[in-house]
Write a protein that binds this ligand. Structure first.
Ligand code: IDP
Ligand code: MG
Length: 169
């Protein structure tokens, strides 16, 4: 009974609905090799977003080709897959209000030459082909990417103790 009341409340509460938005972020092999894993994760923690899932793995070519399927016809596709398959990656799911859009702003633009200082790509990298981090570009693609990289049981349901200090309501 209490559970169903809570579920009903979450359907009608804009704050809770917004907080449920999730994005898929992935630290690429260059971020791992350059020892930037901790620094990049710290930015999302400090912002107030909530970590829902994370793993450390060497992704297969097959998985990477699925992840980047939309780019299969571009000339850089083979080198993109080779780069992403050149070492371990850190796939993650983060949750929070507007986390998809804000996550992209925190990443900076695809080509680091246009990324403002203060963004991850603006601070830590130089070329598009070594741009250290992936972030979903829309809520819909985030859902697809999360389902591709994580099993439902790998997404951890937990309440952050900081929640009421990050969100007003
Ligand atoms: P995004 O990562 O900012 O969403 P997308 O256009 O989705 O950018 O491209 C995916 C990834 O493919 C980029 O992050 C980058 O690693 C790689 N990529 C995109 N365009 C180029 C290019 O022109 N040369 C080399 N690699 C590219
Ligand atoms: Mg993209």
């Amino acid at each position: 009974m209490i559970c169903s009341l809570l579920a009903l409340f979450s359907l009608f509460s804009p704050a809770m609905a917004a907080a449920r938005e999730r994005t898929f972020l992935m630290l690429k092999p260059d971020a791992v090799q350059r020892g930037l894993v901790g620094k990049i994760i710290q930015r999302f923690e400090e912002k107030g977003f909530k970590l829902v899932a994370m793993k450390y793995m060497w992704a297969s070519e097959e998985l990477l080709k699925q992840h980047y399927a939309d780019l299969a016809t571009y000339p850089f596709f083979p080198s993109l897959i080779k780069y992403m398959n050149s070492g371990p990656v850190v796939p993650m799911v983060w949750e929070g209000q507007n986390v998809v859009k804000t996550g992209r702003v925190m990443l900076g633009t695809t080509n680091p030459v246009d990324s403002a200082p203060g963004t991850i790509r603006g601070d830590y990298c130089i070329q598009t082909g070594r741009n250290i981090i992936h972030g979903s570009d829309a809520v819909e693609s985030a859902q697809k990417e999360i389902a591709l990289w994580f099993k439902p049981e790998e997404l951890v349901a937990w309440q952050s103790a900081a929640n009421s200090w990050v969100y007003e309501d």
